[in-house]
Design a protein around this ligand. Structure first.
Ligand SMILES: *[C@@H]1O[C@H](CO)[C@@H](O)[C@H](O)[C@H]1NC(C)=O
Ligand SMILES: *[C@@H]1O[C@H](CO)[C@@H](O)[C@H](O)[C@H]1NC(C)=O
Length: 339
């Protein structure tokens, strides 16, 4: 047990931690422990690379950005989001290749349910951290699960601040994903604002290499309206550009009391680097999602079953039935009925 405790910090090459662990052990065994530790360190110095392989560390072996990987994933796995794909690839690549970023990367993803916001955060994690979402450097917070009671706001605030501070001190390249931002108490996000800012060092910790991703349904309706206008004008969906959606997004984010950004000066202070709009998904995208789902289950795509499943989904607006109400969200369970 003791050896294990000593090995973990050793593996991550943190002498100070190892020594404090050694000191914590009773005096008689201390010298023995230090002796063992020294021997182990000598061994590790030589076989370090092999050992890093076993224990996830805040090191390039475990954290390195794969631009091609993200590009390919966005292209092959994310359906119907040409605007979001472009914005995300550019923002993440710019940030990850910048040796000296002036602030952490802050992305705010907006759109209707099931359009791929969560999925995109997983793709980003996967192409930065070897262990993807399972990495101990990736932290996912869900409003309803982590911060459900408004009365506990004060506790949540200090807890969240401690977590972020603790995790970023341990590894500057940490990633924090906040799901259901629309259900998050505005005060909570206000409390982490300092970490998103341009400070070089805040209480001895630099947050400049961290990544914050906020997910919300806010703005979804306005984005739908833009997509609908294009469709009704007979224009191709692919013609929609970021600038067409920016106004729609800004309006709903700024003016919506429940947006979670209300009362915060995240926006006033330009702390959010990118607002990323997700378009509502059409029938053909639901089919693509179905196909991808079957492939991911090692099944040969059954086109008839996929089409039946896609037909069975609900679409809106009621007259035209263009966009899937649930996007690709429930596909995995729906598909079971059809295969
Ligand atoms: C980056 O991703 C591509 C595509 O997924 C993959 O072929 C390649 O091996 C990855 N590179 C590294 C260094 O992991
Ligand atoms: C890091 O964040 C997690 C929550 O994702 C928390 O449980 C843990 O205590 C934090 N670590 C530190 C050192 O603060």
């Amino acid at each position: 047990m003791r050896l294990r405790w000593m090995l973990v910090p050793l593996l991550c090459a943190q002498w100070s931690l190892m020594i404090s662990t050694a000191e914590a052990i009773e005096p008689i065994t201390t010298s023995v422990a230090v002796g063992i530790a020294a021997a182990v360190t000598g061994f590790l110095a030589r076989y370090r690379n092999v050992l890093y392989y076993f224990q996830e560390c805040c090191r390039p072996e475990w954290i390195s950005y794969n631009k091609t990987g993200l590009e390919v994933d966005l292209q092959d796995k994310l359906f119907g989001q040409h605007v979001a794909s472009r914005v995300i690839l550019k923002a993440v690549t710019g940030f990850m290749t910048n040796k000296d970023p002036k602030k952490p990367l802050v992305l705010s993803l907006h759109g209707w349910t099931g359009t791929g916001k969560n999925f995109v955060s997983q793709l980003i994690a996967k192409n930065i951290y070897q262990r993807g979402m399972l990495s101990s450097f990736v932290h996912l917070f869900t409003a309803t699960a982590h911060f459900p009671h408004e009365a506990e706001l004060r506790v949540y605030k200090s807890q969240l601040q401690q977590w972020i501070r603790g995790n970023v001190s341990a590894c500057p390249r940490s990633m924090f994903i906040f799901d259901e931002m629309d259900k998050m108490h505005p005060g909570l996000i206000d409390s982490i604002k300092p970490y998103l800012d341009y400070y070089e060092i805040l209480d001895g910790v630099s947050y400049r290499k961290a990544i914050f991703i906020f997910l919300s349904n806010n703005g979804g309706e306005n984005i739908v309206q833009v997509a609908l206008d294009f469709w009704r004008a007979g224009r191709d969906r692919e013609e929609i550009e970021l600038k067409d959606l920016e106004t729609a997004l800004a309006l709903s984010v700024f003016n919506n009391k429940n947006s979670g950004f209300w009362h915060t000066n995240l926006i006033d202070k330009n702390l959010v680097d990118c607002f990323v709009p997700f378009l509502p998904l059409e029938y053909k995208h639901v089919v693509q999602c179905g196909r991808a789902e079957m492939i991911s289950r090692d099944l040969t795509p059954d086109e008839d079953a996929i089409k039946d499943m896609a037909h069975d989904m609900t679409y809106f607006p009621p007259e035209e039935r263009i966009f899937s109400t649930k996007g690709c969200k429930v596909i995995s369970s729906r598909l079971d009925f059809f295969i």
